[in-house]
Design a protein around this ligand. Structure first.
Ligand SMILES: Nc1ncnc2c1ncn2[C@@H]1O[C@H](COP(=O)(O)OP(=O)(O)OP(=O)(O)O)[C@@H](O)[C@H]1O
Ligand SMILES: [Mg+2]
Length: 353
């Protein structure tokens, strides 16, 4: 039974895809273990960032959490509903409680429909259409994402990228979801428009208590927006904890290297490890032992054999490394004396018309 403030609980989730090419006759193809035993709890009203290099399994995990990708093992409970057991009624209820915002704002909207028609369709499909017609609710949704309700009559081609992304978010909110998963939803936008969308999420979190899973490459954005962060490597969560704790004192060498590889994230942050080189190993052929050991400057013999290290926790901060975090070298720079901005001031930018 999940605790009341836990909206989503993933337990040992595995997602496998068939590997590329046909295997020799009589032999099974090797599978890609895109998500490999992920356990995660998301609290109501919190924003959790999922970061990691390309191919680490972020999108697959996001889709699996919403029942959009069949899972090969483990369980997902969302608002008390089992996501993974495939019962139609549960899936229908799930669709009403969750929504996903995608990376490509323009292509994720139907070009033939006006903004108003797109939103009205979602309201109707999900049984949220008010008796007096959908127009007032459409206007309300557009206002909620900082858009002029007059845009309801426009088609996506007449909107900017940032406006399309706001419509995408309005469409997600139309369902009145308990949980939104945003997958690289600001990656395609200009920096100033990115700031507007981030501010919008911060605002929605404050006003309607939105629970958000924010999948992103951009660590600086994640640091400003998210309460917690989970770091994925080769299908596993290798570190997870409160954002400031993870960014100021990473406990997994991979997280430390990820932060170090982006020096502009915060010129004052402690950088315990040199930026990492090389590529992540193929998920078709993961190395034995710790999956990060081939790239880890701290790897010892015991890291190269046996099962992957399990996540261990202290102070609400988990990490999957058998070495003691204290063995990472001392910070090369002093941490900042004041915490970085985490509110709307993080991205001062004008609200769009
Ligand atoms: N439909 C699929 N069929 C086969 N393999 C897949 C499929 N979708 C994803 N994969 C593989 O699963 C792994 C994880 O992919 P995923 O897209 O979840 O990573 P990601 O972290 O979202 O990457 P990115 O940052 O590039 O979006 C990759 O090795 C990818 O090639
Ligand atoms: Mg992805």
């Amino acid at each position: 039974m999940s605790q009341p403030d836990i909206i989503l609980e993933a337990d040992d989730v595995v997602v496998r895809f068939p590997g590329p090419g046909a295997g020799p006759l009589g032999l099974r193809r090797r599978s890609v273990q895109a998500v490999n035993g992920v356990s995660l709890q998301v609290r109501r009203g919190e924003t959790i960032g999922i970061v990691g290099e390309s191919g680490s399994g972020k999108s697959t995990l996001g889709r699996a959490l919403l029942g959009l990708e069949p899972i090969s093992g483990g369980h997902v409970l969302l608002d008390g509903l089992a996501v993974s057991d495939g019962r139609r009624a549960d899936l229908k209820a799930l669709r009403r409680r969750t929504a996903m915002v995608f990376q490509d704002p323009a292509n994720s909207l139907n070009p033939r429909l006006t903004v108003g028609e797109t939103l009205a369709e979602v309201l109707r499909v999900h049984g949220k259409a008010p008796r007096g017609g959908t127009d007032p609710r459409v206007a309300e949704l557009l206002a909620m994402v900082g858009l002029d309700p007059a845009l309801a009559s426009r088609r996506p081609a007449a909107l900017s990228g940032g406006q399309c992304q706001r419509v995408g978010i309005a469409r997600a909110l139309a369902v009145e979801p308990s949980l939104v998963i945003a997958d690289e939803c600001v990656a395609a936008l200009d920096v100033s428009i990115q700031g507007q969308v981030i501010n919008l999420f911060l605002d929605l979190k404050e006003r309607i208590g939105l629970t958000l899973i924010f999948i992103a490459h951009d660590l600086a954005v994640v640091r400003r927006l998210c309460d917690r962060v989970a770091v994925m490597y080769l299908g596993r969560i290798v570190e997870e904890g409160p954002t400031e704790s993870v960014f100021r004192a990473p406990r997994h060498p991979y997280t430390a290297a990820l932060i170090a590889s982006i020096p502009e994230i915060d010129p004052n942050i402690a950088l315990p490890l040199a930026p990492m080189g090389g590529e992540p190993p193929s998920p078709l052929d993961p190395p034995p032992g710790c999956p990060f050991h081939p790239r880890c400057t701290y790897a010892e013999d015991r890291c190269r054999t046996g099962p992957a290290p399990a996540l261990r926790r202290a102070d609400d901060h988990g990490w999957a490394c058998i070495l003691e975090p204290g063995t990472l070298p001392a910070p090369v720079r002093e941490p900042p004396t004041s915490p970085p901005p985490t509110t709307r001031e993080a991205f001062p930018c004008p609200d769009p018309a």
